[in-house]
Each structure stands twice: as structure tokens, then as C-alpha cells.
Design a protein around this ligand. Structure first.
Ligand SMILES: [Zn+2]
Length: 482
């Protein structure tokens, strides 16, 4: 545990540096403004490949490409293609649970996510069995193209934060850091430093862990507990039991209540146990994160708390000249969202990502590829300069010097064994001659068996050209989409 905290601290320091650096670069790019793309009335884009949408979509894509601090808000729609049903389709899962509890009647999947079910013993059993089904379903799922897009934003250092309403945690498979509230509550670690390390904030909790209803201690699922839930039983909390035993050992009175373990998710009508922390982090993102693009994906924005978050973020992004984009199949209408969301792209999220891949191949290059291209371009430019320099030098030195240069005289003023070179009138024949003073001061002519400086330069220049050629080839190769 200690080493994990240390690692978090280190990562936080690293990220804190890039955070500040990006702040500076952001100030420069503020000049770039596409505020004319912002709308006062939510505009729907119905078809990505329709010619009439091309110009608008190109402009939106360009702005996205230039954005440096993107905020993402995702919902169930991004996980549908991974085989995880959204609320409207969870009845399929419930149907199989129904056979186990024929005496229970539930009209919608949503009822399984309402805190009121905890008032009824039978409903708690149905809830336990249903959650185990959902968890098994999630365990088999793999991240979609949209999840990969979010992970790619992180790779390119463009992801300020992803807020998700999903509880599946599929982002973790792609190496994104999920919010674990226990880390945020650690003493001695600055909140800002921990927050900077979080890529994905799970607004509605995490199905992949269990939490005690009494002491809120978190546990990973175990096979034993999964079986217990499948049979409609919420397991007793081992942490509560341990504390109780300790009290008894110390001669104190035992606590009557021991909590039970349930999936660590937030139900309707329930306060988020980490609500204050999320608000603190959200405010930090708004005040210091400087988001310049906001993408909402796979949600119809029906939850009140989320609506509020969207409005706050939209205000900040718009003030910075950025855009708010919603990608969702279902039309959310426009009455309440005009001035908040600029465009709704009416399609499946994965389809939009595929479209972007076609339109912005450079955007989808990894940071490593981008760095390599930059390095190669720099090298190519250096080589070009070298080539120019060589050309210049070759031109100037064809005239032999008539007097000894400063270098040819030693520091005490004595003339050394000097060498004068000149090129013959026909250097292509290689008949360069040397006139040389020997030690006695006699002038001698040396046979022209050495290469001309011109031919040496030509070789060097050929080498430079070959280097340049190779570098440019590599640039082309790296730039070409695979
Ligand atoms: Zn407990």
C-alpha cells in the first residue's frame, strides 16, 4: 500500500509539471478562437457523410484537433457495443433473475437501482442476484472504440478528465486511472496532487468493488461473495466484524450492527458517499483545468446532478472559445440545452470515432509517433541548413588565399611550417597542387595525389543528401496512415 501511495505522489509531481507547462501553452493558444462555431440554439447533425454537413463538420474537427484540454462526459451509450445493457435494456438480465424469485414483480430495470428497495427483504435478495448477473456481464465485456478514443486522448495529453455515469470501469482495462475515493481520503497527500492523477471520475460508483453499508470499507469481489450474492444474500462486512471482535477483546460492549456488502454503486435517491470530493475536484477542473473542448457521449442527460455538471462545464468551455459536442443516437431535443450544447451528432459513438479516424488521421497518432515526427522534421531542417552551408562554403573557397592567415602564425609570431593550397583551373581532373615551405624555408611543390577539398565536400554533401533523403523518407512513412 505504501509503495502505491509513493507512486501516486511521484506521478502527481510529474503531472503537476506538465499541468503548469500546458497552462502556459494554453495562454498562447487562447488567441485561436472559433467562437463563430458556438451556437445559441442546439444544432443537430443527422448524417456524418452527408455533403451538406461537410463544411461544418470539418470546422468542428479542426477545432477538436487543436484542443489541448478536453473534458469528456460519458454514459451507458458508450458501453452498449461492449454488450453491457443500458437501463432500458436491463430487463433481459432481470428476466433471468425473475425465475429465481417468481414471487417478485418488477416493472423496470430502473427499480433495481433505487435505494427504496432496501426497505424490503425480498427486494434486497432480488437486488443481490441482479447485481451479480450485471457484474458477471461486465466481467466479460471489452472496451469499445469510444473507450479507446478516451484512452487515446490521455495518451496525447489532451484529456483533462473523463466524468462517467457508467459503473462498468471498462476504462481501467485500457490503463486509465479510475477514481478510488480511498486514495483521495489519504492523510498527508495533497488533494490536488491525487486529483490530477485521476483520469476517469465515476459519478455513480464502481460495480467492480463491494462496499460496506455501515463502515463504507471497500473490498474487491471474491468468488465466495459472488456466490453469496447470486443466491440473493448480501455478505456480512469482515471489517465491521473485525472491529467488533477487537472491542470485545478490549472488554468493551459489542456493536450490535454489522454492515453488509453491496456493489459500490450509487443508487437513485441515495447521496453519493464521495459527493463532496467530486464537487471539490470538479471545481478544481473548472477553475484551474482550463478546459477548451467538451465532448458528451452516449447519454441523454436525464439525471439532474449530471445536468448541473454539464451546464457548469459548458459555461467554462464556451468562455474559452471552445465547443460543447453531444454524440448520442437519441435526440435530446433543444429547449433546455440551447446555449449549453452547440451540436448534437446523431449517431452511435463508435461510428463517430470511426468517422474521426478517417477525417483526422494525425489526431490518432500516438504521442510517441508525434514526437518522432517532430524530431525527424527538426533533423531534416538541420540537414537542409547544413547542405546550404556546404554549398556556400564550396563557392567561396575556390579562390586560394594569397597571404598566410592568422591561424598559420604561432602565438609568438613565428611562422610555422605553412601550407598554401590552391585549386588548379581544372579541379575535375584531380590535379590539385600544393606549395609547401619546408623547415629550412624552401618552397616545394607536392605531387597532387590527394583529393580536392571540392571532392571531399562533394562526398560530404552527398552524405548529407543521403541523410536528408532517409530522414524525409522516414517522415513520409510515419506520416502515412497505416
Ligand atoms: Zn463494515
Amino acid at each position: 500500500m505504501q509503495s502505491k501511495i509513493e507512486q501516486l505522489r511521484l506521478d502527481a509531481t510529474k503531472r503537476s509539471i506538465s499541468f503548469d507547462e500546458e497552462d502556459m501553452s494554453m495562454n498562447k493558444s487562447r488567441k485561436m478562437s472559433y467562437t463563430d462555431l458556438q451556437t445559441t440554439k442546439l444544432t443537430h447533425v443527422f448524417e456524418l457523410d452527408n455533403e451538406s454537413n461537410r463544411e461544418l463538420l470539418n470546422k468542428i474537427n479542426k477545432l477538436l484537433n487543436k484542443s489541448k484540454r478536453i473534458i469528456v462526459l460519458s454514459g451507458a451509450g458508450i458501453s452498449c457495443n461492449a454488450g453491457i445493457p443500458d437501463l432500458d435494456h436491463q430487463m433481459v438480465l432481470y428476466e433471468s433473475v425473475k425465475k429465481q424469485f417468481p414471487e417478485m414483480s418488477i416493472s423496470s430495470g430502473k427499480e433495481m437501482f433505487d435505494i427504496s428497495l432496501f426497505r424490503d427483504e425480498l427486494k434486497i435478495s432480488v437486488f443481490a442476484a441482479f447485481m451479480e448477473k450485471l457484474y458477471s456481464n461486465v466481467k466479460l465485456a471489452q472496451p469499445t472504440k469510444t473507450h479507446k478514443f478516451i484512452a487515446h486522448l490521455k495518451n496525447r495529453n489532451k484529456l483533462l478528465r473523463c466524468y462517467t455515469q457508467n459503473i462498468d470501469g471498462l476504462e481501467e482495462i485500457l490503463g486509465l486511472e479510475l477514481s478510488t475515493w480511498e486514495d483521495l481520503l489519504l492523510k498527508g497527500v495533497k488533494f490536488n496532487n491525487i486529483w490530477k492523477n485521476i483520469d476517469v471520475v465515476q459519478l455513480h460508483g464502481d460495480l467492480n468493488s463491494l462496499a460496506c453499508t455501515r463502515c463504507y470499507h471497500n473490498f474487491p469481489w471474491s468468488r465466495y461473495w459472488a456466490r453469496s450474492l447470486r443466491n440473493g444474500q448480501l455478505p456480512m462486512c469482515p471489517e465491521c466484524e473485525r472491529k467488533n471482535l477487537l472491542r470485545l477483546k478490549q472488554g468493551k460492549r459489542s456493536n450490535d450492527t454489522v454492515g453488509v456488502l453491496r456493489p459500490n454503486i450509487v443508487l437513485y435517491g441515495e447521496n453519493h458517499p464521495s459527493g463532496d470530493i467530486i464537487t471539490q475536484g470538479l471545481n478544481l477542473d473548472l477553475s484551474r483545468g482550463k478546459p477548451d473542448f467538451f465532448i458528451i457521449m452516449g447519454t441523454s442527460l436525464k439525471v439532474d446532478g449530471v445536468k448541473k455538471v454539464v451546464k457548469q462545464m459548458s459555461k467554462e468551455v464556451h468562455e474559452r472559445g471552445g465547443l460543447v459536442l453531444l454524440v448520442n443516437k437519441t435526440n435530446i431535443g433543444d429547449s433546455s440545452w440551447s446555449g449549453v450544447i452547440d451540436y448534437q451528432i446523431m449517431c452511435d459513438c463508435d461510428e463517430w470515432v470511426e468517422y474521426l479516424e478517417e477525417q483526422l488521421p494525425d489526431f490518432f497518432k500516438t504521442q510517441r509517433q508525434i514526437d518522432r515526427i517532430r524530431q525527424l522534421k527538426r533533423e531534416a531542417s538541420d540537414l537542409r541548413k547544413k547542405r546550404l552551408q556546404l554549398k556556400k562554403e564550396t563557392g567561396i573557397k575556390t579562390t586560394p588565399p594569397t597571404t598566410p592567415t592568422k591561424d598559420e602564425v604561432s602565438s609568438d609570431g613565428e611562422e610555422k611550417d605553412r601550407e598554401y593550397k590552391y585549386l588548379s583551373m581544372k579541379p575535375e581532373e584531380g590535379n590539385i597542387s600544393k606549395l609547401k615551405f619546408d623547415q629550412k624555408g624552401q618552397l616545394r611543390k607536392e605531387t597532387p595525389h590527394i583529393q580536392t577539398p571540392g571532392s571531399k565536400r562533394k562526398e560530404a554533401s552527398d552524405e548529407t543528401n543521403a541523410d536528408l533523403e532517409n530522414t524525409l523518407n522516414e517522415v513520409t512513412r510515419t506520416l502515412l496512415p497505416k
